[in-house]
Design a protein around this ligand. Structure first.
Ligand code: FEO
Length: 392
């Protein structure tokens, strides 16, 4: 890439992205300068990092002005510095679409004057001198205003959140200059946590970009993709089709260990029946970020919970809500649960599936009264074995 410079920042401070999702490897907020006859800044960074951001910008352009600030996505991890950068560069014109400016005015009271904005629609172009830019709307990936900017001169796609991942950058910016191992799992987790509901819009965006020559993808989170472009597009295609691989996620809540023992029995039976990829998650102890990521990945899902307040154990209830909110498809479901005097968990998980998910039910749901008996232990084993058979 000639005259395209990363000026974003790494966030190694935040523990929970959106107040929800853990960041064991941090996260980057990427921004780029296209340094041409006209200078364009593509997206900004979260406002807490503004001083480092403006320093990065000035190291590239010195005292030259910014002519255009292109806003591909308005979520505040990228738009947060808009108001401040406009104070430093008051003559910069902000480039966005109709929906962009509505959000911008509401969030920052910026973009109110007609002569400070350039409103673009799908297919519109902007020349910076050598670099010719084309804007493509990709609504609901993952907000209504999202768009991407393609530099057709150098075949560089500024993709916003699309093709992004968790994980701060450790020195290098481009994938070919780093070990990318950590980013693949973090891409799966990022997608399932943040974008997962919007598989259909992601598929539509991928269709719009099909056939376009892209040599570099510059997302707003994670590495610049060059060497691994085919894999990255393939991963986003796979995830947005809700495609899975054979494997089993067993999620359970347990108050006194009885439901957990049932989960262990099911896992053991599935393993003996040949399933190699088995993950057990305690919905109370583990952040659901990691649970959702595994559920997106594997085709088998078995859910088990105690009855609690004549309903479902709270940690499981939250997970069910998170799954329904992501419109996940293409899974096989097994159900188990426990109770002391009145069973409700199995019934309510079944109702949730019928109402929201419509996963194929595998085996016979197991309902455990108080603790495992010889009969319910055998039922758990049968459930694990039935799931293993279905996954083959
Ligand atoms: Fe990284 Fe949707 O913001």
């Amino acid at each position: 890439m000639t005259n395209i410079h990363p000026v974003g920042v790494n966030d190694r401070h935040k523990t929970l992205f959106e107040g929800l999702w853990p960041l064991p490897y941090g996260v980057s907020y990427n921004s780029y300068i296209i340094d041409d006859e006209k200078v364009a800044l593509v997206d900004t960074v979260e406002v807490d990092f503004f001083s480092q951001f403006i320093d990065n910008v000035r190291r590239v352009i010195g005292d030259r002005p910014i002519d255009y600030i292109i806003v591909n996505h308005m979520e505040p991890d990228h738009s947060g510095s808009l108001a401040l950068i406009k104070k430093y560069y008051p003559d910069a014109k902000i480039v966005g679409n109709k929906k962009t400016f509505d959000m911008m005015r509401g969030y920052y009271n910026v973009g109110n004057e007609e002569d400070e904005i350039v409103e673009v629609a799908n297919g519109d172009t902007l020349s910076l001198g050598t670099h010719e830019l084309v804007f493509t709307m990709i609504p609901m990936v993952h907000w209504p205003e999202t768009m991407v900017t393609l530099d057709v001169t150098e075949h560089v796609l500024f993709s916003g959140d699309a093709f992004g991942c968790f994980g701060a950058l450790n020195g290098a910016f481009v994938d070919s200059e780093m070990n990318c191992d950590v980013y693949w799992n973090e891409m799966q987790r990022y997608y399932s946590n943040i974008v997962g509901k919007y598989g259909v819009p992601v598929q539509q965006a991928l269709k719009k970009l099909a056939g376009v020559q892209i040599d570099y993808i510059c997302p707003t989170h994670g590495p610049i993709w060059h060497e691994h472009i085919a894999r990255v597009i393939g991963e986003y295609d796979r995830m947005s089709r809700y495609a899975t691989e054979p494997g089993l996620v067993i999620c359970y809540g347990s108050m006194y260990g009885n439901t957990e023992r049932a989960a262990e029995k099911i896992a053991s039976a599935a393993s003996r029946a040949g399933v190699k990829n088995i993950v057990l998650h305690d919905v109370s102890r583990e952040n659901h970020s990691f649970i959702l990521s595994d559920i997106f990945k594997y085709s088998g899902l078995i859910l088990g919970a105690p009855t609690y307040n004549n309903g479902i154990y709270p940690g499981m209830e939250m997970l069910l809500s998170e799954l329904a909110g992501r419109c996940i498809k293409n899974h096989y479901l097994g159900i188990f649960g426990s109770f002391t005097w009145a069973g409700q968990a199995v019934k309510k998980i079944s109702e949730w599936n019928e109402k929201h998910m419509k996963f194929e039910l595998v085996g016979t749901p197991v309902e455990i009264k108080q603790s495992l008996s010889a009969e319910t232990e055998a039922a758990c084993e049968a459930l694990g074995k039935a799931m293993a058979e279905r996954l083959k």
